[in-house]
Design a protein around this ligand. Structure first.
Ligand SMILES: Cc1cc2nc3c(=O)[nH]c(=O)nc-3n(C[C@H](O)[C@H](O)[C@H](O)COP(=O)(O)OP(=O)(O)OC[C@H]3O[C@@H](n4cnc5c(N)ncnc54)[C@H](O)[C@@H]3O)c2cc1C
Length: 292
């Protein structure tokens, strides 16, 4: 297999931050992905599966292994009695699924408009917004289970096997499970109503999120009963800058890259937020983003 060498990861993340991957490969099919993982295991290389890079902080030193960008973006709409079954590749951008579903007058995914990233990334983190999440519509997930003897197995996990919780799933706790595709079910709805909801959600995002600067979305999960953004704001940290990284003035749970931020600047802000929130409220904030 041919891997690209020394590829900057900054352009593959929405933060636009991060050093190089020693090796880099784009998997356009399930078979590509399986072959790349097998090759990495044979070569003894650590590997990392990348989706849309929208929930990540890649360190400045980069990754001393193989980054496999998951780009299996196949999608199939199959009619059911009361709606549609959609089979989507893990690399399909979530936004494309939102617009294709709306086009077919399917309801249940309007909340996801404006969430960057892929179907695979959304399932792993159980992405959600407006009190809904992907776990509400996923029926089953096709996964590749990596085994000690390097003979990976394809398995189907039903919704309940995915152990979905708030921004959490089995995939966050078992890195041997790689998401290949998912079956999602949506109901038939009124196209005008669906488009109206999508428009409202987008407007709400534009009002409340710093969309003009690169970021990775919310840095921390909301602790039960609290808004992480409000806690951070109450610590007086809104707008705090470290070099090119800033705690957003619009939404304090976002850190934005003002142009030349390094991962180390973002890490320092994360550390500062955790310290101040712990000191003032006794609450330990948990990261939503992954640092690697
Ligand atoms: C402006 C902005 C707004 C956002 N708003 C929201 C929001 O409203 N709600 C929300 O929940 N999130 C939000 N996010 C965060 C992010 O978009 C989501 O978490 C998204 O679902 C991540 O998907 P991704 O493909 O980009 O994952 P990546 O960032 O590429 O990866 C995240 C993790 O998933 C793993 N992964 C990726 N693909 C696979 C796979 N196929 N199999 C196994 N593991 C995999 C990666 O290894 C990594 O550990 C926002 C981000 C931004 C930048």
């Amino acid at each position: 297999m041919k891997f690209r060498k020394n590829v900057s990861l900054a352009k593959y993340t929405t933060f636009k931050i991060g050093g190089p991957a020693k090796y880099f490969y784009i998997a356009k099919t399930k078979q590509d992905l399986i072959k790349a993982i097998k090759a990495a295991k044979e070569l003894g290389l650590p590997f990392f599966v990348l989706g849309g890079g929208s929930n990540l902080l890649v360190l400045d030193k980069g990754f001393d292994g193989l980054v496999i960008k998951c780009q299996m973006s196949n999608v199939n709409f199959l009619p059911l009695k009361a709606g549609f079954k959609i089979v989507a590749g893990a690399g399909l951008p979530l936004g494309k699924l939102v617009s294709a579903s709306a086009e077919k007058s399917l309801t249940g995914l309007e909340w996801a408009v404006g969430i960057p990233g892929t179907v695979g990334g959304a399932i792993r983190g159980n992405s959600g917004a407006f009190e809904k999440s992907i776990s509400n519509i996923v029926k089953e997930v096709e996964v590749l289970e990596i085994t000690e003897d390097n003979s990976p197995q394809i398995k189907i996990l039903k919704n309940k096997d995915c152990k979905f919780q708030y921004r959490d799933s089995i995939f966050k706790h078992n890195s041997n499970l790689i998401i290949l595709s998912a079956e999602i079910q949506l109901k038939k709805g009124d196209k005008k109503e669906i488009q109206k909801k999508i428009k409202e959600h987008l407007e709400q995002r534009k009002k409340t999120q710093p969309l003009g600067f690169p970021s990775a979305g919310s840095i921390f999960k909301n602790p039960e009963g609290f808004s992480a953004g409000e806690l951070i704001e109450k610590c007086g940290l809104k707008g705090k800058k470290i070099n090119g990284a800033q705690i957003s003035e619009i939404h304090s749970n976002f850190i934005v890259n003002l142009g030349d931020a390094k991962a180390k600047d973002v890490e320092k802000l994360i550390k500062l937020i955790k310290q101040k929130v712990k000191q003032k409220f006794g609450i330990v904030l948990k990261q939503e983003i992954e640092i690697f």
